[in-house]
Design a protein around this ligand. Structure first.
Ligand code: PEP
Ligand code: MN
Length: 340
């Protein structure tokens, strides 16, 4: 539940309320906003919330108490009304600008990642993506270059002046990957890997959390809650397609998730039309639709020669296609009152 304090509440009042909540065995989280200070109560039992809300509302230092009955709290819009903005080396995700992240599925070699980094920067993408640890369905497929891939991605980002995002697969690698990347990506197959969520929650790096391919919106937000409960509130939600009966596309891109997540949560929401469709031909229309639906950003796979890509070539745009798409996306963004 959330306790909104009156404008005249003093530090002593805040301390007393926190003390009282802690004595009940619940956690507290004080958030001092520009206009209001709010105290979040973590772990209160639903059956106790209404009584406690009434008791606290009788205090002069309390303006109102909102008993949140949703299973996630820190991630909820009730908890925090204004949208969260995440600043990655000056690139703001969750603001007016639609932030495009682009790059290959996997980092393959120096020449290719450098070429791609320069090209996506020239096309006005703001973040470079690339996998070094790849979660492949088959153990015989290319698994990524590991630390060597991280070094190449880091170097490419540094040379062209773009922040980078890359996936971490294993809780034991969080420290290593954190040394290179600006954003830690949690892939769809790991959305419910709770030890991994807990581990990235201990870092202070932004986390790009992909929706599990068979996860409900509530499970998705609970996964974000795992990260936030560890103190890391910089979570970017990513809709990347879910599994349905449909076989004509790799996944079914659930664009309803975008406005719905914005309604339920204050966290920024981005869309991955590459994994969401699995076919490069479908990437441009779904990228445009995502912006129209209110996405705060996109993550798009781009490869200089998709026909030779070591992974996900069928859904990767080549460089000229990406340039064309970026010009078209700018018009869609403008039409919905945003920029790129
Ligand atoms: C990726 O972005 O490289 C990736 C593997 O995506 P997902 O986890 O959505 O399949
Ligand atoms: Mn991929």
């Amino acid at each position: 539940m959330v306790i909104v304090l009156s404008d005249n509440a003093t530090e002593k009042d805040i301390e007393l309320i926190c003390e009282r909540i802690k004595n009940l065995g619940y956690g507290v989280n004080v958030s001092r906003g520009v206009e209001k200070t709010i105290i979040g109560v973590i772990g209160a039992k639903d059956e106790h919330k209404l009584l406690l809300a009434q008791q606290l509302e009788s205090l002069p230092s309390v303006e109102r108490v909102i008993p949140i009955l949703k299973p996630y709290k820190l991630a909820s819009r009730e908890w925090k009304k204004e949208g969260t903005q995440i600043n990655v080396k000056g690139v703001v995700i969750g603001g007016n600008e639609v932030v495009v992240m682009a790059g290959p599925c996997a980092v393959e070699n120096e020449e290719s990642i450098m070429l791609t980094a320069r090209a996506i920067k020239a096309a006005n993408a703001k973040i470079l993506r690339g996998g070094a640890f790849k979660p492949r369905t088959s153990p015989y497929s290319f698994q990524g270059l590991g630390e060597e891939g991280l070094k190449l991605l880091y170097q490419a980002g540094k040379e062209v002046g773009l922040p980078i995002v890359t996936e971490v697969l294993d809780p034991r690698d969080v420290e290593l990957v954190s040394q290179y990347t600006d954003i830690l990506q949690i892939g769809t197959r790991n959305m419910s890997n709770f030890p991994l969520l807990t581990e990235v929650g201990k870092t202070r790096l932004p986390v790009l959390l992909k929706r599990g391919l068979s996860s409900t919106i509530e499970e998705f937000l609970l996964a974000a809650e795992y990260i936030m409960a560890r103190g890391n509130h910089q979570v970017i939600l990513c809709e990347r397609g879910i599994r349905t009966f449909e076989q004509a596309t790799r996944f079914t891109l659930d664009l309803t998730a975008v406005p719905l997540l914005h309604e339920l949560s204050h966290l920024p929401v981005i869309v991955d039309p590459s994994h969401g469709t699995g076919r490069w031909q479908l990437v441009p229309p779904m990228a445009k639709a995502a912006i129209a639906a209110g996405a705060d950003g996109l993550i798009i796979e781009v490869h200089p020669e998709p026909a030779k890509a070591l992974s996900d070539g069928a859904q990767s745009l080549n460089i000229p296609m990406f340039h064309t798409l970026m010009r078209e996306l700018a018009k869609v963004a403008e039409a919905v009152g945003r920029s790129i």
